[in-house]
Design a protein around this ligand. Structure first.
Ligand SMILES: [Cu+2]
Length: 474
C-alpha cells in the first residue's frame, strides 16, 4: 500500500472504502463462495467427492466445501473484513476469509489438482501464499515477485497439484505486517492417498493456528504496528474461555496439527500424556527421528503435528507454557506488589492517578473473582469457570477431554470430568506438625580433594628463572 493509503488506513478511514463488487458474469464461472457465520467448531466435512480420507476438525473453525470440475477440486476464498467473536462477549474487527478469521481449512488429497479462486474484498491489495507447498513458482503468491498483487475487487486463480501430504497453511504475501496482524490466515491439510509408511491413521485429527492481536480493552480493531507486546494470544482467533475443548474417546489415537503465525515462539504443552512430533510443514518426520515430549516449541512460521494415544481419562490442560500467553488483555506496566502492604501507597497514588488499582499483595488470582468493571466488548484478563471455581487463565489455553463413554466420531463436549473416589487432591484437615529444620542445612559443602582441583589452577604454579618459587598471578 502506498504511503498515502497507509496513512488513510492508520486514520481508520481504510475500512470506509467500499470493496468493489465482482461482476456477476465473472462470478457465474466461479464456485459460489461459502460464507461461515459461526465461530463454533464445525463437524468434520466428510468428502462428498474425490478420493476418500479421514477429515480433520478445525478448532473453532470449519472446512471449505469444494466443487469438482472435470477432475479439478475448485475452491473459492474471499478475502474480506470480518467480525470475529474471540470469546463470548468480545468481538473483534479483523480481516479474514469467507466470513471468519482464520479462513476455512482446505483439505485435499495428495495428487489432487486444485484450483483456488481468491477474490479480494479488502480495501487494499492482497495475494495468497501457499505455505509449504511444492508448486510452480508463479503460483507461490508473493506479490511483486511472482505475480502482481490482487487489487480490491479483483479475483485471481491459483492452480497446482497438491504434491506431498502434510500440514500446511495459507496467508497473504502483500502488506503482510498489516494483513497477518488483522487475522488473514488459514490451515491446509493434504491427506495421503492410501497408506503412507510414515503417516498413521488416527481416530481424531485436530488443527488450529496460533495468532496474536493487540486490541485495547473496549476497542475492536487490532493495532497493527505492534511487533512484540500483543495483549491477546489466541488459537484460531479465539482466547480462553472462548476456545472449544478437544473431546476424544479413551484409547483414541489423536493428532493435533498446530501452525504459528505470531511473531514469537510458543511452547505448547499437554498434561497427562506424552506425544511425539510426527510431522512438520516439511512433511512427515521419519519414525527413527521421533522422541517423546510433553511440550513442543513451535517457532514463528513453523507447523508441528503431534500424536499420542489418549489413554488417560480426565480433563487435561493443553496450553502455551509462556505464562503471559495464558492471559487476556491487561496492562503490562503493573508493578509486582506481592508481599507489600500497599494500603497507604495505593491511597497516595489514587490521589494522583484517579482510578488507580494496585496489584494484589498476595498474587493476582483474586482478580479473577473480583469482577472488576471492564469496558464493553472486553474479555476478562483471566477467568473461565471450571467445576471447582475460576481457572484463572485466558489466551492460549484449552482442555483435552478424554472419556471412555465418548462415542467414536462424536466431537461434542461431554461436560466436566467426574473424578472417581480417591483419585483427586483433597484438603488435609488433621493437625499440622511444626516444621523441622533439615539436618543437612547450614553446613558448608565438603572441601574438594586436591586430586579434583581444576587442571588450570595447577598449571599456573610456575618456577621463575633465578631459582625462587612464585605464583603467576591470577
Ligand atoms: Cu505462547
Amino acid at each position: 500500500m502506498s504511503k498515502q493509503d497507509r496513512r488513510h488506513f492508520l486514520l481508520g478511514t481504510g475500512m470506509a472504502v467500499a470493496a468493489a463488487g465482482v461482476s456477476k458474469v465473472a462470478m457465474a464461472a466461479l464456485p459460489e463462495p461459502v460464507i461461515q457465520g459461526s465461530p463454533d467448531t464445525m463437524a468434520p466435512l466428510h468428502p462428498p467427492s474425490g478420493r476418500p480420507y479421514a477429515p480433520v476438525v478445525t478448532l473453532n473453525g470449519w472446512t471449505l466445501p469444494w466443487r469438482m470440475n472435470q477432475g479439478v477440486k475448485e475452491f473459492h476464498l474471499v478475502a474480506e473484513p470480518v467480525v470475529r467473536e474471540m470469546a463470548p462477549g468480545f468481538k473483534a474487527r479483523l480481516w479474514g476469509y469467507n466470513g471468519q478469521s482464520p479462513g476455512p481449512t482446505i483439505e485435499v488429497v495428495e495428487g489432487d489438482r486444485v484450483r483456488i479462486f481468491v477474490t479480494n474484498r479488502l480495501p487494499e491489495r492482497t495475494s495468497m501464499h501457499w505455505h509449504g507447498q511444492r508448486l510452480p513458482n508463479g503460483m507461490d503468491g508473493v506479490s511483486g515477485l511472482t505475480q502482481p498483487a490482487i487489487e480490491p475487487g479483483k479475483t485471481y486463480v491459483y492452480e497446482f497439484i497438491a504434491a506431498r501430504p502434510g500440514t500446511f497453511m495459507y496467508h497473504p504475501h502483500a502488506d503482510e505486517m498489516v494483513q497477518m496482524a488483522m487475522g488473514m490466515m488459514g490451515s491446509w491439510i493434504t491427506h495421503p492417498k492410501g497408506r503412507h509408511p510414515q503417516i498413521d491413521e488416527v481416530d481424531r485429527d485436530f488443527v488450529f493456528l496460533l495468532n496474536a492481536y493487540d486490541i485495547e480493552p473496549g476497542a475492536a480493531t487490532p493495532k497493527i504496528m505492534t511487533m512484540l507486546d500483543f495483549n491477546l494470544w489466541s488459537w484460531n482467533s479465539r482466547v480462553f474461555p472462548g476456545i472449544d475443548t478437544l473431546n476424544v474417546r479413551r484409547g483414541d489415537r489423536v493428532r493435533i496439527r498446530i501452525g504459528n503465525l505470531t511473531m514469537t515462539n510458543h511452547p505448547i504443552h499437554l498434561h497427562g500424556h506424552e506425544f511425539t512430533v510426527t510431522g512438520t510443514d516439511g512433511g512427515p518426520v521419519p519414525r527413527s527421528a521421533r522422541w517423546p515430549e510433553v511440550t513442543t516449541d513451535i517457532a514463528v512460521g513453523q507447523m508441528r503435528q503431534v500424536e499420542f494415544v489418549a489413554d488417560a481419562e480426565g480433563d487435561w490442560a493443553l496450553h502455551c507454557h509462556k505464562s503471559h500467553h495464558t492471559m487476556n488483555a491487561m496492562g503490562h506496566d503493573v508493578p509486582t506488589m506481592i508481599g507489600v502492604d500497599q494500603d497507604e501507597v495505593a491511597r497516595r497514588i489514587a490521589d494522583l492517578v484517579p482510578g488507580y488499582m494496585a496489584m494484589g499483595d498476595s498474587g493476582m488470582a483474586g482478580m479473577a473473582d473480583m469482577h472488576m468493571p471492564i469496558p464493553d466488548n472486553t474479555v476478562p484478563m483471566m477467568g473461565g469457570d471450571g467445576p471447582y471455581g475460576s481457572v484463572e487463565m485466558g489466551g492460549m489455553f484449552s482442555v483435552l477431554k478424554v472419556r471412555a463413554g465418548q462415542k467414536r466420531g462424536d466431537y461434542r463436549d461431554p461436560g466436566w470430568y467426574k473424578h472417581p473416589a480417591g483419585t483427586q487432591a483433597y484438603e488435609w484437615t488433621g493437625a499440622l506438625p511444626q516444621p523441622a529444620r533439615s539436618a543437612g542445612s547450614g553446613r558448608p559443602m565438603p572441601a574438594s580433594a586436591p586430586a579434583t582441583q581444576p587442571k588450570n589452577e595447577i598449571e599456573v604454579q610456575v618456577r621463575k628463572p633465578g631459582g625462587h618459587a612464585g605464583h603467576e598471578g591470577h
